[in-house]
Design a binder for this molecule. Structure first.
Ligand code: ADE
Ligand code: ZN
Length: 325
């Protein structure tokens, strides 16, 4: 049988992790005090009690306001550094982490504070045996012009980034809305990924767009692709990774998507397991593996394949894959 201890020790990559989603109540309170921000709660328990959701909308309504405690470069450093310690304890060797600059620049925080704080923590993560890289995400419920402006502001810091992504509310914000900004990002040498997680009839169109119109390197979530065998075959042929998040999905969609994850694994797709917003959903990456193993009754070979997929879907060089695996 596959024990939780085995799953913790299993070398793995974390490819779907929002740095702002690692804000634990303790740190939120400490940063609020440090920056003199009134968040409305005075104890860790009170903060924790606000971490409750049953949909993406109710999650995002807690998630974005929480970010007001992040102001200085050191705040972003402290948030990411605490996460990398937690990741190392879960057997993570490589992190390709998302962050949402517009959630900060829209409050008047300079993008340099965000990128340089996170990047300094990513560099220091090497001391923990963790290789870390940053993916700048655009908020899809903001305009395409705002995304383009954000990319232009970030390009002077390009050396700190490995790719760009797309997150926040997917409804009525399809991938093609951002086609020009993703084309520019690719021309600048950045990798591309996008969230695709709509749980409704017709959702397959967004998956088709990310694969055929945008030409992403990875899809975040994306498990509903199983509705289209032709698109699954296309993704496998192109080596497109799927960064699934079982525990997060159990909060913001109908269920963990365990059946879909197993179908993709059996069909040979590059599907892997990740944590999304672990401080909010109560599960860092190893717990996500544990939850999926219990739900889908996975074998040792299955979990080893999922962990291997996380390296194959990562943007590490082939040489570095061999080092960290
Ligand atoms: N940003 C952070 N977590 C997210 C999620 N689960 N879905 C969409 N956007 C997000
Ligand atoms: Zn996500």
């Amino acid at each position: 049988t596959v024990t939780p201890e085995f799953l913790v020790g299993l070398p793995k990559c974390e490819l779907h992790l929002h740095l702002e989603g690692t804000l634990e109540p303790e740190l939120k309170l400490a940063l609020a005090r440090r920056n003199g921000v009134d968040i409305g709660q005075n104890t860790v328990e009170e903060v924790r009690a606000t971490y409750q959701f049953d949909s993406l909308a109710s999650f995002l309504a807690v998630y974005y306001p929480a970010m007001e405690v992040l102001v200085e470069e050191q705040d972003f450093y402290d948030l990411a550094a605490a996460y990398f310690v937690r990741a190392a304890a879960d057997g993570v060797r490589r992190v390709e982490a998302f962050f949402d600059p517009q959630a900060h620049t829209s409050r008047g925080v300079p993008i340099a504070n965000v990128i340089l704080g996170y990047s300094r923590a990513a560099r220091d993560a090497a001391e923990l045996g963790v290789s870390a890289a940053l993916i700048l995400c655009f908020l899809r419920d903001f305009s395409a012009e705002s995304a383009l402006e954000t990319l232009r502001e970030a390009l002077p810091f390009k050396e700190h980034l490995i790719g760009v992504g797309l997150d926040s509310d997917e409804r009525e914000n399809p991938p093609v809305k951002f086609q020009p900004v993703f084309e520019l990002a690719r021309a600048e040498g950045l990798k591309l990924t996008m969230h695709c997680d709509i749980d409704q009839l017709g959702s397959i169109e967004n998956i088709r767009q990310v694969l055929e119109d945008i030409g992403v390197d990875r899809i975040d979530h994306g498990t509903n692709i199983v509705e289209s065998p032709a698109l699954v075959a296309f993704a496998i042929e192109r080596g497109v990774g799927f960064t699934t998040c079982p525990v997060s999905n159990s909060f913001v969609t109908a269920d963990m998507k365990a059946d879909e994850i197993v179908q993709l694994l059996r069909q040979g797709a590059l599907v892997c397991v990740n944590s999304d917003d672990p401080a909010y959903f109560g599960a860092y990456i190893a717990k996500n593996y544990v939850a999926l193993v219990e739900k889908a009754d996975l074998s040792l070979d299955d979990v080893v394949a999922l962990a291997r997929n996380s390296f194959d879907a990562s943007w590490l060089s082939d040489e570095d894959k061999a080092v960290y695996r």
